[in-house]
Design a protein around this ligand. Sequence first.
Ligand code: GLU
Length: 267
Amino acid sequence: MNSDQLLMQLKSRRIVVKFGSGILAHPSGFGLDEVQFEQLTYAMSGLRSAGHEVIVVSSGAVAAGGMAFGMVKRPEDTATLQACAAVGQTRLMQRYETLFSRHGLLVAQLLLTNEDLQQPTRRENLTNTLERLLSFKNVIPIINENDSVATEELKVGDNDRLSAGVARLAGADLLLLLTSVDGLLDEAGQLIPEVTALAEVMNHIRPEKGVHSTGGMASKLGSAAEAVAAGVEVVIANGRKPGQLAELVEGRGIGTRLRPAARLGLA
Ligand code: GLU
């Protein structure tokens, strides 16, 4: 191993990146934003080339399915959302496969429920699969909730909790929660660059929530708290500015950062 390779290995981090529906769906309607997909996959490939291990948690299945059905807005009943997700998931993966292949990367699909993260045998199976996939170096695991059998994230969350659970299970160094705003905003709409006391900030955030997403900032903060408590650094940042993702990984860029020590504020 030469000195460059050694340096790369030392700096290499395991990163879970969550793409919310709000950054994958087209701002003007109910469908996928092709430009966003290109930019986000380009950014992920850059992180992979820099030596980082990347796990993507992606929403967007409902939006993709809705577009396939010709719907112009998000359905309200759960069964239709599930049907959209079932149709949209294949379209979502087709896009990821095409776009990541341009960067010489394969994709792996993992559809999970909360039980898969809780039940010991399933947890172990999942951990083994993820570790093996990451060991191949040219695979990006792409995780979504298995919406046809679980509806937690369809109702509330937009994969916020799922991504925190995956980050914890995978022993990630960093969880990037990408959303459609710059991070946590205070009551005056100002960005909170770093959270040191979670309990304190919980009462002072603006409840941002987009038309495509079911998460909102309270959900993100709750999920961030879970990850931080497990020793994972969390950054909430704007997924519509994918050019800054490498900076965010290096501890710079615009976003709200929660270092693992922030869990002290929960006491
Ligand atoms: N798993 C869902 C998706 O991929 C969650 C997002 C939603 O409820 O729209 O689309």
